[in-house]
Design a protein around this ligand. Sequence first.
Ligand SMILES: [Zn+2]
Length: 113
Amino acid sequence: MSGDQTYPCEKCQAPLRWDAEASLWQCDACGNSVVAKKKPVKGAWSYHIEESQVVERWSTKRQQKELQIFQQRLNELGERGWEMIGFESVPLLGGITKQQKGYAYLTFFKRQA
Ligand SMILES: [Zn+2]
């Protein structure tokens, strides 16, 4: 599994590699080895953030279409084990005018690593 946790090497900060045979953490970069830390237990949380935008000028039809797309996306992620846990809207302001152009929506997901 690619989501395996690792620790940074205390000497050179390179990611340590778990050596199951020797039962210790190895640094391939500097040769350091660490016995103190146990292999992390599977089951920690992974997080994922998606961004989508809603613009005030959108017609009702466009809004419905975007909602459909968003729902599809949620279902896709849900099938892959991502649970939606939060939703945050951030106003989008014009760079010069500072007038509100719309919203960016941040959607937060989690699943077991
Ligand atoms: Zn190192």
